[in-house]
Design a protein around this ligand. Sequence first.
Ligand code: ATP
Ligand code: MG
Length: 258
Amino acid sequence: MGKIIAIANQKGGVGKTTTTINLGSALAHFGKKVLLIDLDEQANATIGLGFSQELLDYTSYDLLVSDLEARELIYHTQDRNLDIIPGSERLINLAIDLFKIDNKELILQIKLNLLKKNYDYILIDCAPSLGIALENALFAADSVIIPVECEYFAYEALPLMINKIHQVQTFKNKKNQKLTIEGVLLTKLDNRNIFGYKIIDKVKDLLPTKTFKTIISRSSHLQEAPMQGKSVLKTAFHSRSSREYRELAQEILENNNI
Ligand SMILES: Nc1ncnc2c1ncn2[C@@H]1O[C@H](COP(=O)(O)OP(=O)(O)OP(=O)(O)O)[C@@H](O)[C@H]1O
Ligand SMILES: [Mg+2]
């Protein structure tokens, strides 16, 4: 049975999508069967893996608003162990379109139940928001990776995300008690800037057992790879970024035994 991990932070631009693509690719590199679900109307994970939105018949929007099964919405990427349910700008209307639906937070959980057995890991790339798409991701997930950029405002935003996770763990009769924090992932570290290291210390003080040992450095390789529609493991396997995402994958594999 696969593990569902939401990659979430309501703060924008902290490396959620970069982590979804490259961690997914790294887990696939280690032989794991991986599904990415792009739950963001910006569809950056979809575009970053080389898909052109106009050519997609179905997306994660259909997963949440139609009767289609998750398995009918899957696209294969160039990597044979890595599949994706793409994102769509139609997700902008999700809150309105689901307005009258009962238990709308639980749609994704129900849809993924059948699919879990087909994958080792399902990674959900969330939008920078605390809305209904994020709630669906958190109710479906077993754990959350919270990417935090090594800068002050990103650190300040962290308690809000942790509160949201706590709400889902304890939410009236619909709680998802199994939800855990897989880890906080520090990203975009500029190793010439001493301030980034201060943020690392502050995050480790706040969540000592929940901060990944792996830290993702700032690198142009990670900005260039999506232009080629590939992960950094495919565009620059021997780069530091590729190594760091492989180390993150190994850390997760060791923690989970899947
Ligand atoms: N380690 C890194 N080094 C350099 N640039 C990075 C790194 N991680 C991400 N970026 C760049 O920072 C920008 C934001 O990254 P990304 O899209 O992964 O963040 P996000 O949290 O998904 O953003 P959003 O909240 O808009 O969905 C992108 O241009 C990306 O290429
Ligand atoms: Mg993103």
